[in-house]
Design a protein around this ligand. Sequence first.
Ligand SMILES: [Zn+2]
Length: 128
Amino acid sequence: MPRNTRRIVSRKQVRFAPVDAVQEYIHDAPGQVLACRDTKHAWKLKDIEGDRETGFVRYYRCACKATLIQTIDANGFVVGRRTKYPKGYQMPAGTGRLDREGQGLIRIASAEADLRAVMMRKAMRSVR
Ligand SMILES: [Zn+2]
């Protein structure tokens, strides 16, 4: 490579969500949404179409109301995967991606909700 020639990998700048936007999002987001962002979706199969010759389309749903449509071909390879998120799951368009700090804020909010839920459960148990 000649001198003074920089290889440009990507000109696209990644924009990250500002902390105050993440905090606002956390304030408005349902608890299950924060839990799913924290620990990933727990997909439950809702429906399936197809057969061994054609392949299958499987329909999943999560407690946060996100849906996943997975298409597998006759060889069992995943050839399609589409996730649809419920309203309010994604941050407003143009907010930017979550960086580690933003993910940390969501994880803390999710852990605090877990703590409240466990404390409530323990309190209910001690009443009985
Ligand atoms: Zn989910």
